[in-house]
Design a protein around this ligand. Structure first.
Ligand code: IYR
Length: 237
């Protein structure tokens, strides 16, 4: 016979604090409306590659990062660091270093198959938006934690955790009417040096953040229909 499921188990509750948790309850109609509204909102999101220089208040960036930091993470280690750069000189240095790497990528480090796969996006090695956008957010993954005593704290599922945080970050920006582009100028090691980050941090992705130019264009893309992305095994009737 299977044991009844208990959470938390009394022996755990005796050692660690647990607290009651309630989530907002909606009636069925409200659930559907909210789900649809969020879906419609997110369907409008596009990665953009032309940013206006219109300033974005730092407070909005802070809220997006706080939202990102609500992501679940392995053993709740929260293995992320968001470095927010508004300084024109640092943005220029990031652009220059990113373009240097990307030029090598486009001139051969990416094989023909890869370049062919990208062709419809119209990307190229020049990354002027890294200077134009008012902010660049560089997300670092913490490969391990550094305790105040100087010992290493193991981190778990780091990429999965940081990836989920980045997804929430993108959604939070979009919800505030802000645009971004996840950019991984590979290799990204130059960011560690340029931003003076410690050895336990590794660049994960970089996000220019701002508004699209008023004449922004994006490639015409389809999203896969639900039937292509979801496989359902429903409960038996
Ligand atoms: N990092 C390059 C190339 C690139 C790669 C992928 I995969 C993309 O989806 C888009 C671009 C660049 O940023 O141009």
């Amino acid at each position: 016979m299977t044991e009844p499921y208990v959470y938390p188990r009394p022996e755990d509750a005796a050692r660690y604090p647990f607290v009651e948790h309630r989530i907002e309850q909606y009636d069925a109609a409200e659930q559907k409306l909210r789900g649809e509204a969020f879906l419609r909102l997110m369907e409008q999101r596009r990665s953009v590659r032309t940013f206006s220089d219109k300033m974005v208040p730092r407070e909005l960036l802070e809220m997006a990062i706080q939202t990102a930091a609500t992501a679940p993470s392995g053993a709740h280690m929260q293995p992320w660091k968001f470095v927010v750069i508004g300084d024109a000189d640092i943005k220029r240095q990031i652009r220059q270093a990113a373009e240097e790497e990307e030029r090598i990528n486009y001139e051969g480090r990416m094989n023909d198959e890869w370049q062919e796969a990208l062709a419809h996006l119209g990307t190229h090695w020049r990354k002027g938006y890294l200077e134009t956008a008012p902010w660049i957010v560089v997300v670092f993954e913490e490969r391990y934690g550094a305790t105040p005593e100087g010992t290493k704290q193991h981190h778990y599922y780091v990429k999965e955790s940081v990836g989920m945080a980045c997804g929430l970050f993108i959604a939070a920006l979009h919800n505030m009417g802000l645009a971004t582009l996840p950019h991984t100028p590979s290799p990204m090691a130059f960011l560690t040096k340029l931003l003076g980050r410690p050895d336990n941090e590794r660049p994960f992705v970089l996000f220019p953040v701002g508004y699209p130019t008023t004449d922004a264009q994006v490639p015409v893309l389809d999203r896969k229909p639900l039937g292509d992305v979801m496989i359902c095994v429903p409960p038996k009737a």
